[in-house]
Design a protein around this ligand. Structure first.
Ligand code: ATP
Ligand code: MG
Length: 450
């Protein structure tokens, strides 16, 4: 395993606390990630100093006191925040959300024992080296997620830990220890009591992890507590000769086939959720799913609201779900027809979402089991290349690219709704290659539009 190397600022903060007579350590995620050879995205510290002691020790530093009640002082050095938290144990979690109280303690061992998993319960300081009381290092080496202490008790204290177990297993591609696994499944229904914001954070990380597909296959029961809308897909036979797998396996494969970005992964998780409700069966026994895109989009609306996803991501996911299999022919961008098609798609979706739709198509088609990945990769490349080539010309595909604006049209005598309508028609003229995007050509064209 890789030794922990503290950034200079962290060693210094620890040294300052030590010279004032307190013990202090780097703790949790940063120790875990260091041992894995990954670069920690932040450094958390824990200390025997009480909040008022820390305020005194760091009186000359830039600090934020927002978490002080729970024992956390944030020291800011070179614009980087370092959270330093007094050793503490948590009181009962009667509402399954927050500890009723926290009490400060003097021993790092007690602080480590309140933490969720062995791999997250290690502390490090330059003087003492690694403090690993629960076999965290061994579990890191073996790739195991295991609760600190008795799994059922730990999940009863805070049900979010159930989802966190799946999240860490996904992100590091680890296994979940059998006793932890069993407790997680047993107590999964209590996840219903956890605040949506906390769930969302863990779920999105889970969906973007290397082991996401494995977690979805192994734990639809747990994920179904958070998103019951996925449950009808599990084991659902599509009765369709374009599909090799049941709907859940198709969904999992489609999800694994898009880049690990939250919006895209969530889109694939939900893209076919509407299928079971719209299914019809023809005389030959073949299943059809007309309108499933809209049905899935309605489900996506509900699910993204229940997860309290931010509005931008929410709108995006709903739109991508609704349009996940919109026709995108293989185009070269060379003929006028190709240009027009691409420009109209750009106009409707914008560059970012159009590229996302290319990726979604590829993943969705490979996940049917009937389209060879090589063919879909080649098709994706063709589409991306055509789009790159077209965009390099800086073509006009939005109203703001148009060489005339509303003021120009008003000067030409149009009023009210007619202005917007005319701008839209002129934009279409330009995208379709019938008119040049110059003021002169457009104003000329205007007179013959009506
Ligand atoms: P990440 O890399 O995603 O930040 P992390 O392990 O740092 O992972 P955080 O949520 O930032 O996760 O929490 C920091 C530390 O606090 C954890 O490593 C763990 O020791 C402890 N912790 C966090 N959430 C819980 C929880 N719900 N129950 C018990 N301990 C927790
Ligand atoms: Mg962290």
């Amino acid at each position: 395993m890789i030794p922990v190397q503290l950034p200079a600022a962290v060693s210094d903060l620890i040294a300052r606390l030590n010279s004032a007579g307190y013990s202090a350590y780097a703790v949790g995620g940063c120790v875990r990630d260091s041992l894995l050879g990954l670069t920690p995205h932040d450094w958390d510290l824990c200390t025997s100093a009480l909040p008022e002691d820390m305020l005194r020790v760091f009186a000359d530093e830039r600090v934020a006191e927002t978490g002080l009640k729970h024992g956390t002082l944030t020291v800011i050095r070179d614009h980087i925040p370092y959270e330093i938290t007094t050793f503490r144990v948590d009181g009962a979690y009667t509402d399954h959300r927050h500890p009723d109280s926290v009490s400060f303690v003097s021993d790092v061992a007690e602080d480590l024992s309140r933490r969720d998993f062995t791999i997250n319960a290690m502390a490090f300081s330059p003087d003492t080296g690694l403090t690993d009381l629960f076999g965290g290092r061994e579990d890191l080496e073996a790739g195991i997620i295991r609760c600190v202490g008795e799994p059922c008790l730990r999940f009863e204290e805070d049900a979010l830990r159930i989802l966190r177990a799946l999240r860490f297993a996904s992100v590091y591609d680890f296994a979940i220890d059998p006793a932890t696994d069993e407790a997680a499944r047993k107590l999964a229904p209590t996840l219903q009591n956890v605040a949506a914001e906390r769930i969302r954070e863990e779920l999105l990380k889970l969906l973007c992890g290397r082991g996401a597909g494995r977690m979805l296959r192994a734990y639809p029961d747990i994920l179904g507590v958070i998103i019951p809308e996925i449950l009808p897909m599990v084991g659902y036979d599509q009765q369709n000769h374009h599909h090799s797998w049941d709907l859940w396996e198709h969904t999992v494969r489609a999800l694994e086939g898009v880049p690990p970005e939250p919006d895209l992964r969530l889109t694939m998780l939900l893209h076919d959720t509407g299928k079971p409700e719209v299914r019809t069966t023809d005389a030959k026994g073949e299943g059809h799913y007309k309108g499933h895109q809209q049905a899935s989009a309605r489900i996506a609306e509900k699910v993204t609201a229940s997860l309290r996803l931010d509005n931008a991501s929410r709108d995006r996911v709903i739109r991508l779900v609704e349009n996940h299999d919109i026709p995108l022919r293989t185009v070269t961008g060379e003929t006028n027809l190709d240009r027009t098609f691409l420009l109209r798609r750009l106009n409707r979706f914008g560059e970012k979402d159009l590229r996302a739709l290319f990726l979604i198509h590829r993943a969705d088609r490979i996940a049917t089991g009937y389209s060879p990945p090589e063919r879909e990769d080649a098709r994706l490349k063709e589409r991306m290349d055509a789009l790159d080539a077209l965009l390099a010309e800086q073509p006009c595909y939005t109203l703001k690219d148009l060489a005339v604006n509303g003021r120009d049209l008003m000067a030409a005598g149009l009023r009210g709704k007619a202005v917007g309508d005319a701008l839209q028609r002129l934009l279409e003229e330009v995208m379709d290659g019938r008119t040049d995007n110059t003021k002169e050509a457009l104003l000329n064209r205007l007179s013959s539009l009506n």
